[in-house]
Design a protein around this ligand. Structure first.
Ligand code: NAG
Ligand code: NAG
Length: 442
Protein backbone atom coordinates (compact mmCIF):
# COMPACT_ATOMS: atom_id res chain seq x y z
CA UNK A 1 0.00 0.00 0.00
CA UNK A 2 1.38 3.35 -0.86
CA UNK A 3 1.83 6.01 1.73
CA UNK A 4 2.75 9.49 0.73
CA UNK A 5 5.73 10.93 2.46
CA UNK A 6 5.14 13.87 4.68
CA UNK A 7 7.83 16.02 3.16
CA UNK A 8 6.78 15.63 -0.40
CA UNK A 9 3.23 16.57 0.45
CA UNK A 10 4.38 20.11 1.00
CA UNK A 11 5.97 20.35 -2.36
CA UNK A 12 3.10 20.48 -4.78
CA UNK A 13 4.89 23.00 -6.95
CA UNK A 14 7.90 21.82 -8.82
CA UNK A 15 10.97 24.05 -8.70
CA UNK A 16 10.82 26.80 -11.24
CA UNK A 17 13.09 25.93 -14.11
CA UNK A 18 14.21 28.17 -16.90
CA UNK A 19 12.39 26.22 -19.59
CA UNK A 20 9.57 27.30 -21.81
CA UNK A 21 7.61 24.06 -21.73
CA UNK A 22 6.82 21.60 -18.96
CA UNK A 23 7.88 17.99 -19.43
CA UNK A 24 5.53 15.04 -19.52
CA UNK A 25 3.89 14.81 -16.05
CA UNK A 26 5.28 18.23 -15.17
CA UNK A 27 3.15 20.99 -13.71
CA UNK A 28 1.72 23.49 -16.21
CA UNK A 29 -0.60 25.66 -14.16
CA UNK A 30 -2.71 26.04 -11.05
CA UNK A 31 -3.16 28.72 -8.41
CA UNK A 32 0.14 30.40 -7.71
CA UNK A 33 1.99 28.60 -10.50
CA UNK A 34 4.47 30.87 -12.22
CA UNK A 35 6.31 28.27 -14.30
CA UNK A 36 5.74 27.24 -17.91
CA UNK A 37 2.13 26.89 -18.98
CA UNK A 38 2.68 24.81 -22.08
CA UNK A 39 3.68 21.18 -22.38
CA UNK A 40 6.22 19.44 -24.55
CA UNK A 41 4.85 17.95 -27.72
CA UNK A 42 2.80 14.82 -27.14
CA UNK A 43 1.47 16.08 -23.81
CA UNK A 44 -1.56 18.18 -22.94
CA UNK A 45 -1.98 20.54 -20.03
CA UNK A 46 -4.86 19.14 -17.98
CA UNK A 47 -6.56 20.56 -14.90
CA UNK A 48 -6.09 18.14 -12.01
CA UNK A 49 -7.34 20.57 -9.41
CA UNK A 50 -7.21 24.32 -8.79
CA UNK A 51 -3.67 24.06 -7.54
CA UNK A 52 -2.22 21.58 -9.95
CA UNK A 53 -2.45 21.36 -13.72
CA UNK A 54 -0.32 18.69 -15.27
CA UNK A 55 1.11 17.66 -18.65
CA UNK A 56 -0.54 14.32 -19.37
CA UNK A 57 0.14 12.14 -22.41
CA UNK A 58 -2.01 12.97 -25.41
CA UNK A 59 -2.34 15.51 -28.16
CA UNK A 60 -4.86 18.01 -26.99
CA UNK A 61 -4.82 21.71 -27.78
CA UNK A 62 -1.28 22.98 -27.97
CA UNK A 63 -2.11 26.40 -26.64
CA UNK A 64 -1.56 27.29 -23.04
CA UNK A 65 -5.22 26.78 -22.21
CA UNK A 66 -5.94 23.68 -20.20
CA UNK A 67 -8.36 21.08 -21.50
CA UNK A 68 -11.02 22.14 -19.07
CA UNK A 69 -11.72 25.22 -17.04
CA UNK A 70 -10.93 24.98 -13.38
CA UNK A 71 -13.75 25.54 -10.99
CA UNK A 72 -13.02 27.33 -7.77
CA UNK A 73 -14.43 26.26 -4.46
CA UNK A 74 -16.81 28.87 -3.22
CA UNK A 75 -17.70 28.86 0.39
CA UNK A 76 -20.00 31.82 -0.02
CA UNK A 77 -22.90 29.83 -1.45
CA UNK A 78 -23.02 27.49 1.53
CA UNK A 79 -23.72 23.78 1.28
CA UNK A 80 -25.43 22.65 -1.87
CA UNK A 81 -28.54 20.53 -1.60
CA UNK A 82 -27.81 16.84 -1.79
CA UNK A 83 -29.65 13.61 -1.31
CA UNK A 84 -29.75 13.17 2.45
CA UNK A 85 -27.26 10.58 3.56
CA UNK A 86 -28.60 7.59 5.39
CA UNK A 87 -27.73 7.56 9.11
CA UNK A 88 -24.95 5.84 11.01
CA UNK A 89 -25.07 2.31 9.62
CA UNK A 90 -23.63 0.78 12.79
CA UNK A 91 -26.40 1.93 15.10
CA UNK A 92 -28.45 -1.03 16.28
CA UNK A 93 -26.37 -3.68 14.53
CA UNK A 94 -24.13 -6.51 15.70
CA UNK A 95 -20.88 -6.72 13.75
CA UNK A 96 -20.26 -10.10 12.19
CA UNK A 97 -16.83 -11.52 13.07
CA UNK A 98 -14.74 -12.30 10.03
CA UNK A 99 -14.26 -16.08 10.23
CA UNK A 100 -11.20 -15.79 8.00
CA UNK A 101 -9.41 -13.45 10.38
CA UNK A 102 -10.63 -15.30 13.46
CA UNK A 103 -9.09 -18.48 12.04
CA UNK A 104 -5.82 -16.66 11.33
CA UNK A 105 -5.67 -15.28 14.86
CA UNK A 106 -6.50 -18.68 16.39
CA UNK A 107 -3.83 -20.42 14.34
CA UNK A 108 -1.36 -17.73 15.37
CA UNK A 109 -2.28 -18.10 19.04
CA UNK A 110 -1.65 -21.84 18.77
CA UNK A 111 1.97 -21.08 17.88
CA UNK A 112 2.57 -18.93 20.96
CA UNK A 113 4.00 -20.81 23.93
CA UNK A 114 3.73 -18.11 26.59
CA UNK A 115 0.31 -18.67 28.19
CA UNK A 116 -0.38 -14.99 28.86
CA UNK A 117 0.43 -13.93 25.32
CA UNK A 118 -1.52 -16.86 23.91
CA UNK A 119 -4.62 -15.83 25.86
CA UNK A 120 -4.27 -12.27 24.59
CA UNK A 121 -3.84 -13.48 21.02
CA UNK A 122 -7.04 -15.51 21.32
CA UNK A 123 -8.94 -12.36 22.29
CA UNK A 124 -8.02 -10.86 18.93
CA UNK A 125 -10.09 -13.55 17.26
CA UNK A 126 -13.15 -12.00 18.94
CA UNK A 127 -12.59 -8.47 17.62
CA UNK A 128 -14.38 -7.56 14.39
CA UNK A 129 -12.19 -6.64 11.43
CA UNK A 130 -13.00 -5.98 7.80
CA UNK A 131 -12.68 -8.75 5.21
CA UNK A 132 -10.65 -7.65 2.20
CA UNK A 133 -11.82 -8.73 -1.25
CA UNK A 134 -8.52 -8.17 -3.00
CA UNK A 135 -8.96 -10.69 -5.82
CA UNK A 136 -12.04 -11.69 -7.77
CA UNK A 137 -11.58 -15.32 -6.72
CA UNK A 138 -12.47 -14.38 -3.15
CA UNK A 139 -15.82 -12.83 -4.02
CA UNK A 140 -17.60 -16.18 -3.85
CA UNK A 141 -16.84 -16.37 -0.12
CA UNK A 142 -18.87 -13.23 0.54
CA UNK A 143 -22.07 -15.21 0.02
CA UNK A 144 -20.97 -17.67 2.72
CA UNK A 145 -20.36 -14.88 5.22
CA UNK A 146 -23.67 -13.21 4.40
CA UNK A 147 -25.53 -16.52 4.73
CA UNK A 148 -23.96 -17.09 8.13
CA UNK A 149 -24.71 -13.53 9.27
CA UNK A 150 -28.28 -13.94 8.09
CA UNK A 151 -28.66 -17.20 10.02
CA UNK A 152 -27.16 -15.62 13.14
CA UNK A 153 -29.62 -12.78 12.81
CA UNK A 154 -32.57 -15.14 12.51
CA UNK A 155 -31.52 -17.29 15.45
CA UNK A 156 -30.67 -14.40 17.79
CA UNK A 157 -33.31 -11.89 16.78
CA UNK A 158 -30.53 -9.33 16.32
CA UNK A 159 -29.52 -7.54 13.16
CA UNK A 160 -26.09 -8.24 11.69
CA UNK A 161 -23.66 -6.15 9.72
CA UNK A 162 -20.78 -7.46 7.57
CA UNK A 163 -17.71 -5.26 7.00
CA UNK A 164 -15.85 -5.55 3.69
CA UNK A 165 -13.08 -3.79 1.81
CA UNK A 166 -13.54 -3.40 -1.93
CA UNK A 167 -9.99 -3.53 -3.29
CA UNK A 168 -9.38 -4.71 -6.82
CA UNK A 169 -9.02 -1.67 -9.11
CA UNK A 170 -6.97 -2.19 -12.25
CA UNK A 171 -3.36 -0.98 -11.90
CA UNK A 172 -3.92 -0.99 -8.14
CA UNK A 173 -1.46 0.67 -5.74
CA UNK A 174 -0.15 2.88 -8.52
CA UNK A 175 2.46 4.73 -6.46
CA UNK A 176 3.94 1.69 -4.71
CA UNK A 177 4.75 -1.89 -5.53
CA UNK A 178 3.81 -4.05 -2.57
CA UNK A 179 0.07 -4.46 -3.23
CA UNK A 180 -0.15 -4.46 -7.00
CA UNK A 181 -3.33 -6.22 -8.01
CA UNK A 182 -4.53 -8.75 -10.56
CA UNK A 183 -6.09 -6.47 -13.19
CA UNK A 184 -4.23 -4.25 -15.62
CA UNK A 185 -5.80 -1.33 -17.44
CA UNK A 186 -4.00 -2.29 -20.63
CA UNK A 187 -5.59 -5.72 -20.49
CA UNK A 188 -9.32 -5.04 -20.11
CA UNK A 189 -8.86 -4.12 -16.46
CA UNK A 190 -11.79 -1.75 -16.12
CA UNK A 191 -14.26 -4.28 -17.51
CA UNK A 192 -12.76 -6.98 -15.32
CA UNK A 193 -13.22 -4.68 -12.35
CA UNK A 194 -16.87 -4.13 -13.23
CA UNK A 195 -17.25 -7.89 -13.29
CA UNK A 196 -15.74 -8.06 -9.82
CA UNK A 197 -18.22 -5.46 -8.52
CA UNK A 198 -21.07 -7.33 -10.21
CA UNK A 199 -20.03 -10.49 -8.35
CA UNK A 200 -20.19 -8.70 -5.01
CA UNK A 201 -23.55 -7.13 -5.88
CA UNK A 202 -25.05 -10.45 -6.97
CA UNK A 203 -24.31 -11.99 -3.59
CA UNK A 204 -25.34 -9.02 -1.47
CA UNK A 205 -28.67 -8.92 -3.28
CA UNK A 206 -29.50 -12.40 -1.97
CA UNK A 207 -29.33 -11.34 1.70
CA UNK A 208 -31.35 -8.16 2.12
CA UNK A 209 -31.63 -8.80 5.86
CA UNK A 210 -27.86 -8.40 6.34
CA UNK A 211 -26.37 -4.92 6.29
CA UNK A 212 -23.07 -4.47 4.48
CA UNK A 213 -20.58 -1.69 5.23
CA UNK A 214 -17.82 -1.28 2.65
CA UNK A 215 -14.58 0.67 2.52
CA UNK A 216 -13.99 1.59 -1.09
CA UNK A 217 -10.54 1.16 -2.63
CA UNK A 218 -7.82 2.08 -0.15
CA UNK A 219 -5.25 4.55 -1.53
CA UNK A 220 -6.80 4.94 -4.97
CA UNK A 221 -8.32 8.44 -4.87
CA UNK A 222 -5.63 9.68 -2.47
CA UNK A 223 -3.05 8.73 -5.07
CA UNK A 224 -4.95 10.84 -7.60
CA UNK A 225 -4.69 13.82 -5.26
CA UNK A 226 -0.94 13.73 -4.69
CA UNK A 227 0.78 11.21 -6.93
CA UNK A 228 -0.20 12.12 -10.47
CA UNK A 229 3.46 12.75 -11.20
CA UNK A 230 3.91 9.00 -10.93
CA UNK A 231 3.13 7.90 -14.47
CA UNK A 232 1.28 4.76 -13.40
CA UNK A 233 -1.07 6.95 -11.33
CA UNK A 234 -1.57 9.48 -14.12
CA UNK A 235 -2.35 6.64 -16.50
CA UNK A 236 -4.78 5.12 -14.01
CA UNK A 237 -6.70 8.29 -13.29
CA UNK A 238 -9.58 7.73 -15.70
CA UNK A 239 -9.95 4.06 -14.86
CA UNK A 240 -9.84 4.68 -11.10
CA UNK A 241 -12.58 7.30 -11.33
CA UNK A 242 -14.72 5.18 -13.63
CA UNK A 243 -14.21 2.08 -11.48
CA UNK A 244 -14.97 3.82 -8.20
CA UNK A 245 -18.05 5.49 -9.69
CA UNK A 246 -19.30 2.13 -10.91
CA UNK A 247 -18.69 0.61 -7.48
CA UNK A 248 -20.57 3.43 -5.72
CA UNK A 249 -23.56 3.22 -8.02
CA UNK A 250 -23.87 -0.55 -8.12
CA UNK A 251 -23.30 -1.11 -4.42
CA UNK A 252 -25.72 1.73 -3.68
CA UNK A 253 -28.36 -0.11 -5.66
CA UNK A 254 -28.25 -2.94 -3.12
CA UNK A 255 -28.04 -0.69 -0.06
CA UNK A 256 -24.37 -1.12 0.85
CA UNK A 257 -23.20 1.64 3.18
CA UNK A 258 -19.95 3.02 1.81
CA UNK A 259 -16.95 4.95 3.02
CA UNK A 260 -14.42 6.04 0.42
CA UNK A 261 -10.83 5.66 1.52
CA UNK A 262 -9.31 9.06 2.28
CA UNK A 263 -5.72 8.28 3.19
CA UNK A 264 -4.72 9.72 6.54
CA UNK A 265 -3.60 12.89 8.31
CA UNK A 266 -0.01 12.54 7.12
CA UNK A 267 -1.07 12.24 3.52
CA UNK A 268 -4.13 14.31 2.61
CA UNK A 269 -4.16 16.14 5.95
CA UNK A 270 -1.39 18.52 4.91
CA UNK A 271 -2.87 21.99 4.41
CA UNK A 272 -1.83 22.06 0.74
CA UNK A 273 -3.64 18.77 0.10
CA UNK A 274 -6.90 19.27 2.02
CA UNK A 275 -8.81 21.32 -0.51
CA UNK A 276 -7.68 19.36 -3.55
CA UNK A 277 -8.73 16.19 -1.71
CA UNK A 278 -12.10 17.60 -0.70
CA UNK A 279 -12.71 18.72 -4.27
CA UNK A 280 -11.90 15.34 -5.73
CA UNK A 281 -14.06 13.44 -3.26
CA UNK A 282 -17.04 15.75 -3.44
CA UNK A 283 -16.94 16.02 -7.19
CA UNK A 284 -16.78 12.27 -7.63
CA UNK A 285 -19.63 11.86 -5.14
CA UNK A 286 -21.81 14.41 -6.93
CA UNK A 287 -20.95 13.07 -10.37
CA UNK A 288 -22.00 9.62 -9.17
CA UNK A 289 -25.42 11.11 -8.36
CA UNK A 290 -24.86 11.66 -4.62
CA UNK A 291 -25.68 8.01 -3.87
CA UNK A 292 -27.72 7.76 -0.71
CA UNK A 293 -25.66 5.00 0.88
CA UNK A 294 -22.33 6.71 0.39
CA UNK A 295 -21.99 7.73 4.00
CA UNK A 296 -18.58 9.34 3.87
CA UNK A 297 -14.90 8.55 4.19
CA UNK A 298 -12.64 6.04 5.92
CA UNK A 299 -9.33 7.29 7.25
CA UNK A 300 -6.08 5.78 8.53
CA UNK A 301 -6.76 2.45 6.79
CA UNK A 302 -3.80 0.17 7.59
CA UNK A 303 -1.93 3.14 9.04
CA UNK A 304 -0.65 3.89 12.53
CA UNK A 305 -1.93 7.39 13.39
CA UNK A 306 -3.75 8.06 16.63
CA UNK A 307 -7.32 9.28 16.47
CA UNK A 308 -6.39 11.84 19.07
CA UNK A 309 -2.72 12.09 20.00
CA UNK A 310 -1.82 13.34 23.46
CA UNK A 311 1.00 15.32 21.84
CA UNK A 312 2.13 15.55 18.23
CA UNK A 313 4.53 12.82 17.10
CA UNK A 314 7.78 14.64 16.14
CA UNK A 315 7.49 13.27 12.57
CA UNK A 316 4.24 15.21 12.09
CA UNK A 317 6.02 18.51 12.56
CA UNK A 318 4.75 21.24 10.27
CA UNK A 319 1.26 19.78 9.91
CA UNK A 320 -1.39 21.23 12.24
CA UNK A 321 -3.48 18.14 11.45
CA UNK A 322 -1.19 15.82 13.36
CA UNK A 323 -3.82 13.18 14.16
CA UNK A 324 -6.96 11.76 12.56
CA UNK A 325 -9.37 13.90 14.56
CA UNK A 326 -7.68 17.12 13.46
CA UNK A 327 -7.62 15.83 9.89
CA UNK A 328 -11.32 14.93 9.93
CA UNK A 329 -12.31 18.23 11.53
CA UNK A 330 -10.41 20.08 8.80
CA UNK A 331 -11.65 17.98 5.91
CA UNK A 332 -15.35 17.72 6.78
CA UNK A 333 -16.27 21.40 6.25
CA UNK A 334 -14.50 21.45 2.88
CA UNK A 335 -16.45 18.37 1.82
CA UNK A 336 -19.66 19.91 3.07
CA UNK A 337 -19.07 23.01 0.94
CA UNK A 338 -18.52 20.71 -1.98
CA UNK A 339 -21.93 19.13 -1.45
CA UNK A 340 -20.73 15.97 0.33
CA UNK A 341 -22.05 15.81 3.91
CA UNK A 342 -19.55 13.13 4.87
CA UNK A 343 -19.25 11.11 8.06
CA UNK A 344 -16.22 9.04 8.93
CA UNK A 345 -14.91 5.75 10.20
CA UNK A 346 -11.34 5.56 11.47
CA UNK A 347 -9.05 2.54 11.54
CA UNK A 348 -7.30 2.20 14.89
CA UNK A 349 -6.35 -1.46 14.51
CA UNK A 350 -2.60 -0.82 14.63
CA UNK A 351 -2.51 2.60 16.30
CA UNK A 352 -1.85 1.47 19.89
CA UNK A 353 1.72 2.78 20.04
CA UNK A 354 2.70 6.24 18.83
CA UNK A 355 6.03 7.86 17.92
CA UNK A 356 7.46 4.73 16.30
CA UNK A 357 8.16 6.01 12.78
CA UNK A 358 11.24 7.72 11.44
CA UNK A 359 9.15 9.46 8.82
CA UNK A 360 5.42 9.93 8.75
CA UNK A 361 5.23 8.32 5.34
CA UNK A 362 6.61 5.01 6.59
CA UNK A 363 3.84 2.43 6.27
CA UNK A 364 5.36 -1.02 5.99
CA UNK A 365 5.17 -3.36 9.03
CA UNK A 366 6.39 -0.54 11.27
CA UNK A 367 8.40 -1.88 14.19
CA UNK A 368 6.98 -1.58 17.67
CA UNK A 369 3.34 -1.12 16.64
CA UNK A 370 0.54 -2.42 18.83
CA UNK A 371 -3.14 -3.18 18.43
CA UNK A 372 -5.10 0.00 19.15
CA UNK A 373 -8.42 1.12 20.51
CA UNK A 374 -11.16 -1.52 20.21
CA UNK A 375 -13.97 -0.96 17.71
CA UNK A 376 -16.64 1.25 19.23
CA UNK A 377 -19.42 3.67 18.42
CA UNK A 378 -18.31 5.87 21.34
CA UNK A 379 -16.12 8.07 19.21
CA UNK A 380 -16.47 11.42 20.95
CA UNK A 381 -17.20 13.12 17.62
CA UNK A 382 -20.48 13.56 15.81
CA UNK A 383 -18.54 13.34 12.54
CA UNK A 384 -17.19 9.88 13.35
CA UNK A 385 -19.62 6.98 13.08
CA UNK A 386 -17.29 4.33 14.45
CA UNK A 387 -13.76 3.42 15.41
CA UNK A 388 -13.04 0.23 13.50
CA UNK A 389 -10.30 -2.25 12.69
CA UNK A 390 -9.96 -2.29 8.93
CA UNK A 391 -6.48 -3.71 8.42
CA UNK A 392 -6.39 -7.25 9.81
CA UNK A 393 -3.39 -6.94 12.12
CA UNK A 394 -0.90 -9.72 11.40
CA UNK A 395 -1.47 -9.71 7.65
CA UNK A 396 1.72 -8.39 6.07
CA UNK A 397 2.04 -4.98 4.39
CA UNK A 398 4.79 -6.02 1.98
CA UNK A 399 7.75 -8.30 1.52
CA UNK A 400 11.36 -7.64 2.48
CA UNK A 401 12.56 -9.96 -0.30
CA UNK A 402 14.44 -7.57 -2.56
CA UNK A 403 14.19 -10.02 -5.50
CA UNK A 404 10.40 -10.07 -5.42
CA UNK A 405 8.63 -8.11 -8.17
CA UNK A 406 6.44 -6.64 -5.41
CA UNK A 407 9.37 -5.49 -3.25
CA UNK A 408 8.84 -1.88 -2.19
CA UNK A 409 11.79 -0.06 -0.62
CA UNK A 410 9.61 1.18 2.26
CA UNK A 411 9.58 -2.42 3.50
CA UNK A 412 13.36 -2.35 3.75
CA UNK A 413 13.59 0.80 5.89
CA UNK A 414 15.16 0.56 9.32
CA UNK A 415 11.79 1.10 11.03
CA UNK A 416 10.17 -1.73 9.04
CA UNK A 417 10.15 -5.25 10.50
CA UNK A 418 12.65 -7.60 8.80
CA UNK A 419 11.93 -11.02 7.25
CA UNK A 420 8.48 -10.05 6.04
CA UNK A 421 6.49 -12.26 3.63
CA UNK A 422 4.46 -10.93 0.68
CA UNK A 423 1.65 -8.43 1.29
CA UNK A 424 -1.47 -10.05 2.65
CA UNK A 425 0.31 -13.15 3.90
CA UNK A 426 0.37 -13.97 7.58
CA UNK A 427 3.31 -12.44 9.44
CA UNK A 428 3.48 -14.26 12.75
CA UNK A 429 6.29 -12.27 14.34
CA UNK A 430 4.50 -9.03 13.55
CA UNK A 431 1.21 -10.31 14.95
CA UNK A 432 2.99 -11.23 18.19
CA UNK A 433 4.41 -7.71 18.40
CA UNK A 434 0.96 -6.19 17.93
CA UNK A 435 -0.43 -8.42 20.70
CA UNK A 436 2.42 -7.64 23.11
CA UNK A 437 2.21 -3.88 22.52
CA UNK A 438 -1.57 -3.58 22.39
CA UNK A 439 -2.84 -0.39 23.98
CA UNK A 440 -5.22 -0.57 25.70
CA UNK A 441 -3.85 -4.02 26.62
CA UNK A 442 -5.72 -7.06 25.40
C1 NAG B 1 6.35 13.64 -7.38
O1 NAG B 1 6.34 14.94 -6.81
C2 NAG B 1 6.79 14.97 -5.49
C3 NAG B 1 6.61 16.38 -4.96
O2 NAG B 1 7.10 17.31 -5.84
C4 NAG B 1 8.25 14.48 -5.43
O3 NAG B 1 8.74 14.49 -4.13
C5 NAG B 1 8.30 13.06 -5.97
O4 NAG B 1 9.62 12.59 -5.99
C6 NAG B 1 7.73 13.04 -7.36
N1 NAG B 1 7.69 11.66 -7.85
C7 NAG B 1 8.04 11.34 -9.08
C8 NAG B 1 7.93 9.90 -9.42
O5 NAG B 1 8.40 12.15 -9.89
C1 NAG C 1 12.52 -13.94 -3.18
O1 NAG C 1 11.83 -13.67 -4.40
C2 NAG C 1 12.34 -14.42 -5.49
C3 NAG C 1 11.63 -13.89 -6.74
O2 NAG C 1 10.25 -13.98 -6.60
C4 NAG C 1 12.11 -15.89 -5.25
O3 NAG C 1 12.61 -16.63 -6.33
C5 NAG C 1 12.83 -16.31 -3.96
O4 NAG C 1 12.54 -17.63 -3.64
C6 NAG C 1 12.38 -15.40 -2.81
N1 NAG C 1 13.18 -15.67 -1.63
C7 NAG C 1 12.65 -15.97 -0.47
C8 NAG C 1 13.61 -16.18 0.66
O5 NAG C 1 11.43 -16.10 -0.30
Amino acid sequence: MSRFSALTALLLSLPLLAIAQSPLYGQCGGNGWTGPKTCVSGATCTVINDWYWQCLPGNGPTSSSPTSTPTTTTTTGGPQPTVPAAGNPYTGYEIYLSPYYAAEAQAAAAQISDATQKAKALKVAQIPTFTWFDVIAKTSTLGDYLAEASALGKSSGKKYLVQIVVYDLPDRDCAALASNGEFSIANNGLNNYKGYIDQLVAQIKKYPDVRVVAVIEPDSLANLVTNLNVSKCANAQTAYKAGVTYALQQLNSVGVYMYLDAGHAGWLGWPANLNPAAQLFSQLYRDAGSPQYVRGLATNVANYNALSASSPDPVTQGNPNYDELHYINALAPALQSGGFPAHFIVDQGRSGVQNIRQQWGDWCNVKGAGFGQRPTLSTGSSLIDAIVWIKPGGECDGTTNTSSPRYDSHCGLSDATPNAPEAGQWFQAYFETLVRNASPPL
